[in-house]
Design a protein around this ligand. Structure first.
Ligand code: BES
Ligand code: MN
Ligand code: MN
Length: 462
């Protein structure tokens, strides 16, 4: 029998090669031009699960993209781990900012990854992190070391809101019954300081449309006399934050949980350098809600950001025109206790109320989800921490993340179990951006750490 460390060393090249093959398929769920690729990726994940030792692997049809389900039940009396991940990826644009094509993975060395990182869309979010679990299962199968039951549920719509997964989970509570949910789709502090994500923010995503005159107008003949939808929209957006960068929507903060000074002091112990943070982003200063640190602003505080804005003439040269319409996409990151549907409603009412009579406003909600916090006094967290301590040589630090995986709150509601977020990515891995990558060190460390989670979880459970 081979231990996990030497198994990873001996199979390193193959593990990397297999992930690279998976990354070559452009499974962009947001763009229907890639729908066949998304489906092909589901098939590839099914094959991989079968090869790793899952039995009863199925492609489960849904109203949208399918869910790949597989399990390995060794004894119904033993606890069950449910692994969740996603095989879809974000669109790759802007393509011209990639230093190598997004679906032709290559390994390159970076400052943060002296051992090399795999560059490709989805490398870190989430194909690379999902595949660590497949390879960890392979190890446990080959060496007969799986200490409990495992179920895999890999979806293809995470990046577009997981609506089919919600549909699936509501209909399959029994099939998905488990003692803990394990996800690697977040990050950690650094390669020398592991952390376990204990919180995710909620999300409300909306699109707004401002309509002025019924057609585009000559900006000389009409300018100054009718409302310009772009002027109005930008003014309305600017008014959503006050001079302290607080959000001005009435009721927005009503349910926000205020952390105690002790909790905030505990959070501030996590290693963080504001200078490095600014350097990495090439900014002179940070910017955000007054009264909170950078780490608080991007984890325990809610935010509102414009994700896209358009309207009027943006082509070459100049065109003197007042556009009939202007648009924006706006996301609000929410913290636990804020209800995303309620916040969406508050936004809609407020945005409509601040519009001058000279324009019409339409607010269209896209998708959203609740935030999540995991307590650290449960055996899932303890098992994860023991696993990290063994592979990294130091304990993990609990850390709330600013990102969102809206389905996690639904898992707790429908399946009544806690989720452990064992992420191995770094914030600098450029997920959703050009040149996304995933460290080879991180990939292999993940494969090494996961079987230890199973070992300690099964031990602590009995
Ligand atoms: N894996 C990310 C979320 C994430 C990344 C959480 C890093 C914590 C740390 C996930 O794929 C994602 O991008 N989620 C979206 C929300 C979704 C509804 C589109 C997000 O956070 O924008
Ligand atoms: Mn993800
Ligand atoms: Mn993502």
């Amino acid at each position: 029998m081979e231990n996990i460390k030497s198994y990873v060393t001996n199979n390193k090249e193959r593990f990397i090669h297999e992930l690279i093959e998976l990354l070559k398929i452009p499974s962009i769920s947001a763009d229907s031009a890639y729908s066949q690729d998304v489906l092909n990726t589901a098939d590839a994940v099914k094959d991989a699960l079968e090869k790793a030792g899952c039995t009863a692997v199925e492609i489960c049809e849904t109203p949208g993209y399918p869910i790949v389900y597989g399990e390995k039940i060794i004894n119904p009396k033993l606890p069950t781990v449910l692994v969740y991940g996603h095989y879809d990826v974000q669109p790759a644009d802007p393509i011209n900012l990639w230093t190598s094509p997004p679906f032709e993975p290559v390994i390159k060395v970076t400052d943060k990854h002296p051992e090399g990182a795999i560059f490709a869309r989805g490398a870190c979010d989430d194909k690379g992190q999902m595949y660590m679990h497949v390879k960890a299962l392979e190890y446990m199968t080959v060496n007969n070391e799986l200490p409990c039951n495992v179920k895999f549920m890999i979806e293809g719509e995470e990046e577009i809101g997981s609506s089919s997964l919600a549909w699936f989970v509501e209909r399959n509570q029994e099939k998905l019954a488990n003692d803990v949910i394990l996800i690697s789709d977040t990050g950690m502090i650094s390669n020398s300081q592991p952390s376990i994500t204990t919180g995710l923010r909620g999300l409300s995503y909306v699109e707004v449309e401002v309509t002025g005159p019924n057609r585009d107008l000559h900006s000389g003949l009409y300018g100054g006399a009718v409302a310009n939808p772009i002027n109005i929209l930008t003014k309305m957006i600017a008014s959503l934050h006050d001079e302290n960068n607080h959000i001005t929507i009435p009721g927005f903060y009503d349910k926000v949980e205020e952390l105690s000074l002790e909790e905030r002091a505990e959070m501030a112990k996590a290693p963080f350098s504001l200078e490095n943070y600014k350097d990495a982003l090439d900014i002179e200063d940070v910017y955000g809600e007054q009264g909170y640190t950078t780490n608080e602003r991007n984890s325990i505080r809610p935010t509102l950001d414009v994700n896209g804005i358009w309207g009027g003439y943006t082509g070459e040269g100049a065109k003197t025109v007042i556009a009939s319409k202007a648009y924006a996409k706006i996301s609000m990151r929410l913290v636990p206790n804020q209800d995303w549907k309620e916040i969406t409603e508050l936004f809609k009412n407020h945005f409509e109320s601040i519009a001058p009579k000279a324009v019409k406003v339409k607010v269209t909600p896209h998708h959203g989800g609740q935030g999540y916090v995991t307590p650290i006094d449960n055996i899932g967290y303890q098992a994860a921490n023991k696993a990290y301590t063994e592979t990294f040589g130091i304990p993990a630090i609990p850390q709330r993340s600013g990102g969102s995986i809206p389905i996690v709150a639904l898992f707790e509601k429908e399946l009544k179990s806690k989720t452990i977020l064992m992420g191995f990515g770094l914030d600098s891995d450029a997920i959703h951006s050009p040149n996304e990558h995933f460290g080879v060190f991180n990939y292999l460390k993940g494969i090494e750490t996961i079987p230890l989670f199973y070992k300690y979880f099964a031990e602590l459970h009995s």
